[in-house]
Design a protein around this ligand. Sequence first.
Ligand SMILES: Cc1cc2nc3c(=O)[nH]c(=O)nc-3n(C[C@H](O)[C@H](O)[C@H](O)COP(=O)(O)O)c2cc1C
Length: 330
Amino acid sequence: MNLATTYLGLPLRNPIIVGASPCCDDLALCRRLEDAGAAALVMHSLFEEQVDFEEDARHRLIDGIGESHSEAADYFPHYEDYALPPELYVRQLVRLKATLSIPVIASLNGHRPGGWIDYARRLESAGADALELNLYSLPTDPTVDAEAIESDQLFIVSEVVRSVRIPVAVKISPWLTAPAHFLRQVEAAGAKGAVLFNRLYQPDFNLEDLEVHPQLRLSDSSELLLRLRWLSIVSPHARASLAASGGVHTPADVVKALLAGAHAVQIVSAVLRHGPMVVTELLSGLEAWMDDHAYGNLDQLRGALNLARCPSPTAHERANYLNVIQSWRV
Ligand SMILES: Cc1cc2nc3c(=O)[nH]c(=O)nc-3n(C[C@H](O)[C@H](O)[C@H](O)COP(=O)(O)O)c2cc1C
């Protein structure tokens, strides 16, 4: 059975990637993930705000303006609140590269062009095999339209691609009006891959203290459905590598993502909940399914249920909406 795949031009021994998460902070855990079969590791993101903060601090030092910015600095989240500030992030990447033999993908998270783009080069020099760009921003300003936001994001992609020789993947949001079109533009900007999708953390209201509380809930398999739909729609035309991120928990989830057209899947919640052995379980379940269904390699099944190849394409499209809602009986 051949589980090998290619993602961002990188040959992977199988399609299971550990997605951006705090796992990368723990070298022993990363070694166990590699031993359990993980084919690549994405580091958690280095955030634009971390780099900005560091640059701001450096400028204050150089300019000697000292305390004059201290009030403004209060508005930043506390520097030490972020795991791995920029220097330590680069150092951790070097350590990971020295420890692991699988590809290590560094992640940058930001939405404004700026100095943090230089970090792409530093991460490349430190040995990153690829970069993942998380373009998350929450567009709360009603005067800024979608076109302006997307064109800023595409500018960032092209700037980062221009600054490095390693491949760049873009982790995109599911809440775009036209994800297929955006993906095409991301490809035109030079990205070699797309991760579908970014998972947004939504705050909840606490009715006792009347506060808005951030919360982090791990996913379950139901979140995969949104990924399956869009992977199925974009994969017939995509030139970029595609990775599913969100809701991959079981071998069946892995198979479905591949059938929708993914080259790889990223897992985070499953690892945080069950530990590294979940990777081995996913791989043996994938092999067993392929064996039962007479598939010898991933090329044979990749995209077999996408919009171009599935027996009933309307099931992916709006036409099915009517059938589904009318099938409900009260
Ligand atoms: C604790 C935690 C930290 C995360 N940190 C990052 C991050 O730094 N950058 C990023 O792009 N995604 C981050 N993610 C999102 C994951 O990479 C992934 O997209 C999301 O959890 C959905 O995958 P899952 O269903 O397998 O958990 C994080 C997720 C978790 C649970």
